[in-house]
Design a binder for this molecule. Structure first.
Ligand code: ADP
Ligand code: MG
Length: 349
C-alpha cells in the first residue's frame, strides 16, 4: 500500500483510521480544512491510540465510487472535474474516469491536455500497463479516459465496459489506495454500455447534472428509468440532481418541481458563471484557476455534500406522456414567473 508522504504524521494517521471516529475527524477536516490546518497543533488526537487500529481496517479500504450522468454538453465534465479537484484539495485521493466518447472529461485537470484513452491504447497493443492508462493531474489526482469507437463503428458504451474491466484486472483501485472514484458518464445515449456503472453496481451513488432545459430533464428522466430498472438487482441508486446553469428563478422552479415529482432532491444549484469559462480557457478547473471565487466555493460545497452523502434512493421517473404534459404546463408559468404576465398556451411571446 502506498504511503501518503505529502501529509504530516498526525494527518496521515487520521486518514488511515477507519472507525467512526476517524471518519468524523476526516469529515471535519474536509468541511473546515482551513480551520483544521490553521490549528493543527491544537487538535487533540490523543484519545485515539495507534494500537486501536486493526490491520484489516487499514488494508480493506474501498473507495467510494460515484457516477455523474447527464445529457451531452450540460456541464458534466466541468462539474465532475471541479468536484474531483475540490475533493483532492481537501486531502482525498481521487481518480476521475471519463466515460464519454468525446474523451475530454479530464482536460481541465491536466492544463488543457488530452490523455490517451483506454480504447485507443488497447487498439495498439494487447498488454497494457497501468501507467499507460492512468495519468496524474491537478494536485496529484488520477485521470483516466475510457474513449470511444471510431466514428460510425461499434457501440459507444464499449469504452465504459472495457475501461471498467481493465481497471479491475489491473487492480488499479487497490494500487492507488483511492478514497473516491468518480465516473463522468454521457447520459443521453440509450445504450447498455452507458448503464454499466449502474447495472453492475460499480457506482454506489449516481448524481445527474441537469439544467431546466427540457432535453436535459428528458435525459435525467431516462436515467431515472434505468436506475429504477436495476434497483432490485444490486444496481446503483440516485444520490440527487446537480442543477447546473441555474441563473433565473424559473429555472430553479422547473428543476424543483421535477425533483418533487420524481421523488428525488437537488443536491446543489450551480449558477452559470463567466469564471467557469475563464478557467476552461486556461485549461483549468475553477478550483485551480480561481480557488477563492464564489463559483469555487459552490463547487467545494457540492463536493462536501457528495462526500457526506450516504443514502441514495430509487427515483420515480415520469412516464413519457406525463413528462410531456408536465413540460407543457410550464410553458405559461415561466412567462408569469419572469414577467408577471400570464398568457394562454399557444399564444406565443
Ligand atoms: P458535458 O461534459 O456534459 O458534455 P461540459 O462540462 O464539457 O459538458 O460543458 C459544456 C460547456 O459548458 C463547457 O464549455 C463548459 O465550460 C460550459 N459550462 C458548464 N457548466 C457551466 C457553468 N456552470 N458556468 C459556465 N459555463 C459552464
Ligand atoms: Mg464531458
Amino acid at each position: 500500500m502506498r504511503n501518503r508522504t505529502h501529509r504530516s504524521g498526525s494527518e496521515h494517521f487520521v486518514w488511515r483510521l477507519r472507525g467512526s471516529g476517524g471518519e468524523l475527524m476526516r469529515r471535519w477536516f474536509f468541511l473546515f480544512p482551513s480551520w483544521s490546518l490553521g490549528t493543527r497543533s491544537k487538535v487533540d488526537y490523543s484519545y485515539c491510540s495507534i494500537k486501536s487500529i486493526r490491520q484489516e481496517d487499514i488494508v480493506a479500504k474501498k473507495p467510494k465510487q460515484i457516477a455523474i450522468y447527464g445529457k451531452g454538453g450540460i456541464g458534466k465534465s466541468t462539474t465532475t472535474s471541479n468536484i474531483s479537484a475540490a475533493l483532492s484539495v481537501a486531502g482525498y485521493k481521487v481518480m476521475q474516469v471519463g466515460c464519454d466518447p468525446k474523451s475530454d472529461s479530464t482536460v481541465t485537470l491536466r492544463g488543457g491536455e488530452y490523455i490517451p484513452t483506454i480504447l485507443d491504447t488497447l487498439r495498439d497493443k494487447k498488454n497494457v500497463k497501468t501507467e499507460e492508462i492512468v495519468f496524474t493531474g491537478f494536485n496529484g489526482l488520477y485521470c483516466v479516459e475510457a474513449g470511444g469507437p471510431a466514428p460510425g463503428v461499434g457501440c459507444a458504451g464499449r469504452g465504459i465496459i472495457t475501461a471498467v474491466e481493465l481497471l479491475k484486472n489491473l487492480r488499479v483501485f487497490d494500487e492507488f489506495d483511492l478514497d473516491y472514484v468518480i465516473y463522468d458518464v454521457l447520459g443521453d445515449v440509450v445504450c447498455g454500455g452507458f448503464a454499466v456503472p449502474i447495472r453492475e453496481g460499480i457506482a454506489e451513488h449516481v448524481f445527474t447534472v441537469t439544467s431546466s432545459d427540457f432535453m436535459a430533464i428528458y435525459a435525467a428522466n431516462n436515467l431515472f428509468t434505468g436506475i429504477k430498472k436495476y434497483s432490485n438487482n444490486g444496481g446503483a441508486l440516485l444520490g440527487g440532481v446537480i442543477a447546473n446553469s441555474v441563473n433565473s428563478p424559473y429555472a430553479k422552479h422547473i428543476i424543483d418541481d421535477f425533483v418533487d415529482r420524481t421523488h428525488t432532491q437537488v443536491i446543489e444549484y450551480v449558477p452559470r458563471s463567466i469564471t467557469v469559462a475563464q478557467s476552461e480557457l486556461q485549461g483549468k478547473t475553477t478550483i485551480e484557476a480561481y480557488p477563492d471565487s464564489d463559483q469555487a466555493k459552490i463547487y467545494k460545497g457540492l463536493a462536501a455534500k457528495i462526500a457526506a452523502h450516504t443514502e441514495s434512493k430509487v427515483p420515480e421517473p415520469l412516464p413519457g406522456q406525463e413528462l410531456r404534459a408536465w413540460a407543457a404546463s410550464w410553458a405559461d408559468q415561466i412567462l408569469a414567473i419572469e414577467t408577471g404576465e400570464v398568457r394562454s398556451a399557444g399564444s406565443g411571446i
